[in-house]
Design a protein around this ligand. Structure first.
Ligand code: ADP
Ligand code: NA
Length: 328
């Protein structure tokens, strides 16, 4: 029987937000101990597919490391590392890129969307980053990948690439399977029809896990809802208030029905306050822990370099096999 190996990544583009936490990090924490080995990577190579300021990038890597540990990623039970510290990611990316056709990449929905959103068509890196994702996964012969629904096509590319490699060079990579997040996407507080995102330029749209209680109260007070004052769950017709209900349920560990039932008789204005307080309660300890860890950059750097060592140990074995198979 094959050992189960989990891989996932998060970009170092600032402190994780509520969507990252509920859509990814919470399940990352749970996966520790359920699988043979678990690798979580701070994927800085991915983040430079769009312009990054060097000083900010450096800070962000430590912010994300502190955030992951504060949320419950245990560097003793998971391999937590910075992607660029393991050079095999880019080496395998090249190999896999040579097995991937341009039309295959061009048809990925995210690329189509990127293209239509931008005046120029973006960098080669932005075009090819799904290949780097495939390399990230296959480099550890990963069997399971926690992904959001928006990443499923990219995982399929990784699966196809594994099959193509195996067919050409002999059985090497297991076909990685998705662990789909069951949580619905957290929506932007300013536009509940789009997902909450770090790259949302709108003020008050994104709640970071280290926001102060006052910031959280303000953001929820200003959250866009609608002209009905009751609390109901109807994502189609009432995306704003439904987003609040979904967040409320997720941070308190209740079902949507329980939350709606509890909130009977509340006006949305009062309800926003209730949700804000629940979010504050959930993230206060995490915020304190991020601050504590962030004050000790030496510790974080040690965790990351130890993580990179462990990741590299595994990556180099797999990449040696790849080299041998392709005739290097
Ligand atoms: P962002 O999309 O904000 O740049 P990342 O791409 O670094 O964040 O995403 C890291 C993880 O967080 C991914 O697994 C992604 O699916 C998840 N994620 C990001 N935004 C949301 C959201 N609004 N709701 C749920 N999950 C999300
Ligand atoms: Na993203």
């Amino acid at each position: 029987e094959v050992e189960e190996r989990v891989f996932s990544g998060i970009q170092p583009t600032g402190i994780p937000h509520l969507g990252n936490y509920l859509g990814a990090l919470e399940s990352w924490v749970r996966l520790q101990g359920q699988h043979g080995s678990v690798l979580y990577s701070i994927v800085d190579l991915h983040s430079i597919t769009v312009p990054q300021d060097p000083a900010r990038l450096r800070t962000s890597v430590l912010d994300v490391a502190a955030s992951l540990i504060a949320c419950g990623i245990d560097p003793e039970r998971s391999i937590l590392f910075q992607q660029s510290q393991v050079s095999e990611h880019t080496e395998l990316c090249w190999v896999l890129g040579c097995l991937t056709s341009i039309p295959r990449l061009r048809h990925l929905p995210q690329w189509k969307q990127t293209k239509s959103n931008r005046k120029n068509e973006g960098s080669v890196g932005l075009f090819a980053y799904p290949i780097l994702q495939a390399a990230d996964i296959l480099l550890y012969k990963s069997t399971h990948v926690p992904v959001g629904e928006d990443q499923i096509q990219h995982l399929e590319l990784a699966q196809d690439t594994a099959r193509i490699f195996n067919q050409k060079y002999g059985d090497c990579f297991p076909i990685p399977q998705p662990l789909l997040s069951v949580t619905r996407k957290v929506k932007s507080l300013r536009d509940p029809t789009s997902k909450m995102s770090k790259s949302d330029p709108r003020k008050l749209a994104t709640v970071n896990i280290t926001d102060t209680p006052d910031d959280i109260r303000l953001k929820f007070r200003k959250a866009v809802t609608d002209f009905t004052s009751e609390v109901t769950f109807d994502p189609e017709n009432r995306p704003g208030v439904s987003n609040l209900v979904a967040i409320h349920a997720a941070v308190t560990g209740q079902t949507v029905e329980e939350v709606v039932h509890q909130s009977e008789g509340l006006e949305t204005a009062q309800y926003k306050h209730v949700v804000a307080e629940a979010v504050i309660q959930k993230f206060s300890p995490i915020r304190a822990e991020v601050q504590r860890l962030r004050a000790d950059a030496g510790y974080l750097e040690k965790v990351l370099s130890r993580g990179a060592e462990k990741a590299k140990e595994r990556a180099s074995v797999v990449y040696q096999e790849v080299r041998r198979r392709i005739g290097f």
